[in-house]
Design a protein around this ligand. Structure first.
Ligand code: NAI
Length: 398
């Protein structure tokens, strides 16, 4: 079977397994040659491990100096009569294969991280097959729904603002165009539901349960990821539903820090750079900012992807003898994004951007390539005309 990219709006409906393997190999290669993590963790649980920042965290911690054994939890789909499966399914498989070649443990759990069944499976595995304890928990879930643990009813996140509605252009990757889109004002219920889905409650519940089960090692750390961004994006993000959920996540880090301090450990939120991931392409009216940002940061030589961000986080922040944080106790790995000169130039580009010129003014080619590569397409090393043996793929297990 020949696999071609199928894109609907901002959703990829196909993934190329060989390209996903290439993506994992490229990230491994990057971290092996980057400044290394010293004094890093050895036994890591990554929640949301199959793509974006979670996958990059796992690769960085396994191959970027710490040589950590990892457990990855993710929600992905394997091959079936509906298709070849999701990119994250193959990322999990190829990460495990590469880690095992280095003698590292890489255990994948594929299923709902919000369920108690998944928590129990992970805890049993840590106790019985992973040496009994973990010394880092990375929380990198991104999703639109979370079941209420008591009733099973679904909370659904909404990407909305808290003030006046915002009308702004957003990318349609399928049609290569900018379309106008309104970001409406959130109701109180939409705000609360988004905080339930993307705030800190589930992170807290994982850490509490791991602590109660005695599987957190002395000195254990935990980190979750956030975004703040510059003022131009505040109406869409920081002052909207997502920003409110992140504010909750930041408060949760302070609570978890107290819990982990009792074990000599620490909890942090790392504020990361705006990047193209499966999750972020859904944020409406954000595209002009991200296209301009990529253009400016690439010209300045400060552009990073998920893997560069995560390697810098672990090598130069989280495992430093004293973790550098801002006044709100946040790790700022978005420092290069927010450099004043960068932001000034981004503002200038955004002011010039229209539906006709966005691909010249901004870095649309780079944005689209990132999107394709998330799904295993667009790698020069891969022969996309070569047929993929679907029967063989079906034998691969996470
Ligand atoms: P992503 O969509 O690439 O990855 C999300 C991960 O969560 C995947 O591994 C997915 O399988 C897993 N997942 C989702 N629902 C699940 C469930 N019910 N059970 C188990 N696994 C589940 O997302 P991305 O962008 O890497 O986001 C991770 C975190 O980073 C989020 O908190 C996000 O807000 C944050 N962040 C993202 C930025 C961006 O520009 N992409 C910027 C700054 C922070």
């Amino acid at each position: 079977m020949i696999i071609k990219p199928i894109i609907q709006g901002v959703v990829a409906r196909s993934a190329h397994p060989t390209g996903c393997h290439q993506a994992v190999l490229n990230q491994i290669d990057y971290v092996m040659h980057a400044p290394q993590i010293t004094q890093g963790p050895k036994k890591v649980l990554v929640l949301g491990a199959s793509s974006g920042f979670g996958l990059a965290s796992r690769i960085s911690l396994a191959f970027g100096g710490a040589q950590a054994d990892t457990i990855g939890v993710s929600f992905e789909r394997g091959p079936s009569d509906k298709g070849v499966g999701t990119a994250g399914w193959y990322n999990n498989i190829y990460f495990r294969q590469e880690a095992e070649k280095q003698g590292l443990i890489a255990k994948n759990f594929v299923g709902d991280a919000f369920s108690s069944d998944m928590r129990n499976q992970v805890i049993d595995y840590i106790k019985n097959e992973f040496g009994g304890q973990v010394d880092l928990v990375v929380y990198s879930l991104a999703t639109g729904v979370r079941p209420n643990p008591e009733t099973g009813e679904l909370w659904r996140s909404a990407i909305k603002t808290s003030g006046e509605p915002v009308v702004g252009p957003t990318i349609n990757i399928e049609k290569d165009c900018l379309e106008s889109m309104e970001v409406g004002t959130a109701t109180a219920e939409e705000m609360d539901s988004t905080i339930k889905v993307m705030g800190g409650e589930d992170w807290q519940s994982w850490i509490d349960m791991l602590a109660e089960s005695n599987v957190l090692a002395q000195g254990c750390k935990t980190v979750a990821y956030s975004y703040v961004g510059p003022e131009v994006t505040y109406p869409i993000y920081h002052k909207g539903t997502l920003g409110s959920a992140k504010a909750h996540l930041h408060r949760t880090a302070d609570q978890l820090n107290q819990t982990l301090n009792q074990l000599g450990g620490e909890a942090y939120v790392s504020v990361c750079k705006a990047l193209v991931t499966k999750a972020s392409v859904f944020i409406p009216a954000f595209s002009p900012y991200i296209l301009s940002l990529f253009k400016v940061m690439k010209e300045k030589g400060t552009h990073e992807g998920c893997i560069e961000q995560m390697q810098r986080l672990f090598a130069q922040r989280l495992y430093m003898p004293s973790v550098p944080v801002d006044d709100a106790r946040l790790i700022r790995i978005d420092d290069w994004e927010l450099e004043p000169e960068t932001q000034q130039q981004v503002k200038t580009l955004m002011a010039q951007m229209t539906a006709d010129n966005f691909s010249q003014i901004g870095d649309y080619n780079g944005y689209k390539l990132d999107f394709l590569q998330l799904n295993g397409f667009g790698f020069s090393e891969v022969d996309y005309d070569a047929p993929v043996d679907v029967n063989k793929l079906a034998l691969l297990q996470p």
